[in-house]
Design a protein around this ligand. Structure first.
Ligand code: 5GP
Length: 192
């Protein structure tokens, strides 16, 4: 998506060859007009899919998912970070390795908000190694929900998450795929 790529080039900061900072418009301060344009793109791309729920993970996916859910006219659910895994059957739970904090945490979704009737679009701000997405897909699996696809704002194509999911046959729609980035020059190359 040209608009997002241009914004990343203009306002993104290459922190290292692995980490891109986009907190001025995506995951700290949020440009809601940009989120709307992203949501419209996903709506167009998934026009054939019977999506009735948007799922994301706390915290940075929530803003994007909220705008996407409004565009589709469906509820947004976010997997909540949890100190303890409650195993009384009222939550689906899984653990996720955090890319940014390099630690493992638990996330839960209430069984009231996800189930076999759901056709889910899973949304997140970034895809790196795919651990956050693996956790969300495990939760969909446990719920018996159908995953119609995955929408990612920024995929780092040089990290394995996105292509691994595509190999599993999952429809992954990343609006910008970074092929490489150079912390010295700040140059960012996108996949066509
Ligand atoms: P993964 O689970 O795919 O390894 O990492 C995805 C999660 O880590 C995203 O939800 C995002 O919050 C965070 N993340 C991964 N790479 C980056 C990055 O380059 N910059 C920022 N700001 N967050 C990232």
């Amino acid at each position: 998506m040209r608009l997002l790529e241009e914004r990343i080039r203009r306002d993104g900061v290459v922190k290292s060859d692995q980490v891109l900072k986009v907190d001025s418009f995506l995951n700290h301060q949020m440009d809601i007009g940009l989120f709307r344009a992203m949501a419209r793109q996903w709506r167009q791309d998934f026009a054939d899919a019977p999506i009735n729920k948007v799922l994301t993970i706390e915290a940075s996916g929530i803003g994007i998912a909220a705008v996407v859910a409004e565009e589709f006219g469906v509820p947004a659910v976010f997997a909540k970070k949890s100190e303890s895994i409650n195993i009384d059957g009222t939550y689906y739970a899984t653990s996720v390795r955090s890319f940014t904090h390099q630690r493992v945490y638990s996330v839960i979704v209430s069984t009231r908000f996800l189930g076999p009737d759901d056709h889910v679009l899973v949304i997140d701000d970034f895809m790196a190694n795919g651990c956050a997405m693996d956790g969300l897909l495990q939760i969909c699996d446990a719920a018996g929900a159908t995953v119609e696809g995955v929408g990612i704002a920024i995929e780092k194509g040089f990290q394995p998450g996105g292509d691994r999911l595509r190999q599993r046959g999952i429809r992954v729609d990343s609006l910008a795929i970074v092929e490489s980035m150079d912390p010295q020059t700040g140059d960012i190359t996108f996949r066509d």
